[in-house]
Design a binder for this molecule. Structure first.
Ligand code: NDP
Length: 348
């Protein structure tokens, strides 16, 4: 069957496309310009067995335009919506991020109802833990019942002065709320259901078109710059968050399409677990001699001596995704080993 993937040239979406093609689906991907589709097809073909043959792409230059996806949804069996701005900007007005996220979401939902209702059976929406977590003074374990209203308030109240992460998080929270409201408002009319994934920081090797480290998407740039110890997104090594390997997230999308009613209209937190950035730095120093030998001066930070003393501040209850999808997660070692080997192969 055929799956529509919006924003198919992005870091995560390229892995979703690859995973779906390997599972035997055909894929229609949307891109903002033709060159991005051509490039992804080339990359997939380079991965062997003419994988890119199963991908057709369509140009949707402006996802917020009324009816933007009307043609794209025709004849597909399911939709995976990933296209959304991922940027951390001190200068931007929050609405510059919120509007494309929210209106792009409304647009794919409207088109799917209007033009895809006879053929589409499921819409998988790539949300984020950004729509779930709020920053509390004490360490917190969040579940699917939690919603991030804090960032939405900050974006409203502080405008441009809101922290860059809050602007982005507000956009994801509002976009996901838009999707659930649409499902509520149109109950009885829809021949399809909604499945939402809420992943935290996504890391792993890249397969989409990235010419240099400075062209990496935000999260893989954070990991790269933190490990090499410099660059715009090098992180404070004591801060903690959760993560997932991009290949496991792509596999989760595949599973969501294979499952029946058990995942219908569910939102699911998916994560391999927590980290502090120092853990990635420590691991990189262990793995680099074998997997990233061309770099000898990686960041060191303050190596962790007693792992039992590592304080994680943000945690997620992932039992729902485990129960419904039986998803397995790669370890930090496996993720970083393959990521370093990817840097090495690219001559970074
Ligand atoms: P990328 O930046 O690699 O991909 C973003 C994709 O969205 C690209 O295809 C991009 O198109 C498209 N896009 C961005 N802004 C717009 C816009 N205004 N109109 C149309 N398309 C747009 O990032 P990721 O792969 O990391 O992110 C993909 C999705 O995953 C996003 O929805 C993000 O919120 C979500 N996510 C990411 C996480 C992460 O850690 N990376 C964690 C949780 C969720 P173009 O190339 O043309 O700019």
């Amino acid at each position: 069957s055929k799956i529509l993937v919006t924003g198919c040239n992005g870091f995560i979406a390229a892995w979703i496309v690859r995973t779906l093609l390997e599972k035997g689906y055909t894929v229609r991907g949307t891109v903002r310009s033709e060159d991005k589709g051509i490039k992804l097809k080339e990359i997939l073909n380079g991965l062997g067995e003419g994988l890119g043959q199963g991908l057709e792409f369509v140009v949707v230059s402006d996802i917020v335009k009324e009816g933007a996806f009307d043609e794209a949804v025709k004849g597909v069996d399911a939709v995976v919506h990933t296209a959304s701005p991922v940027m951390l900007s001190a200068e931007a007005d929050p609405q510059e991020i919120i509007q494309p996220a929210v209106r792009g979401t409304r647009s794919i939902l409207n088109s799917t109802l209007k033009q895809g209702n006879d053929n589409v059976r499921r819409l998988v929406f790539l949300s984020s833990t950004a729509a779930v977590l709020e920053i509390h003074p004490e360490p917190t374990t969040f579940s699917e019942k939690d919603w991030n209203d804090q960032s939405v308030r900050e974006a409203e109240e502080l405008g441009k002065k809101a922290p860059p992460m809050s602007k982005y998080r507000a956009s994801k929270s509002l976009a996901e709320r838009t999707a659930w409201k649409f499902i509520d408002d149109n109950r009885g009319k829809l021949n399809w259901d909604l499945v939402v994934f809420n992943p935290p920081f996504v890391f792993g090797p890249v397969i989409h078109d990235v010419s240099s480290p400075s062209a990496l998407n935000v999260t893989t740039a954070m990991l790269y710059n933190t490990i090499i110890g410099r660059g715009p997104h090098a992180m404070d090594l004591t801060t903690s968050n959760c993560w997932i390997d991009v290949r496991d997230l792509a596999e989760a999308h595949g599973l969501a399409l294979e499952k029946d009613q058990e995942v219908a209209n569910e939102r699911m937190l998916v994560t391999a677990g927590p980290y502090v950035w120092q853990e990635w730095v420590d691991l990189a120093n262990i793995l680099a001699p074998t997997h990233f030998p061309s770099h000898s001066n990686l960041a060191k930070g303050n190596p962790i001596v007693d792992r039992s003393k590592v304080a994680y501040r943000i945690l997620y209850d992932t039992s729902k995704a485990h129960r419904l999808l039986g998803i397995k997660y790669r370890s930090k070692e496996e993720c970083l080993k393959d990521t370093l080997a990817d840097y090495e192969a690219r001559g970074w």
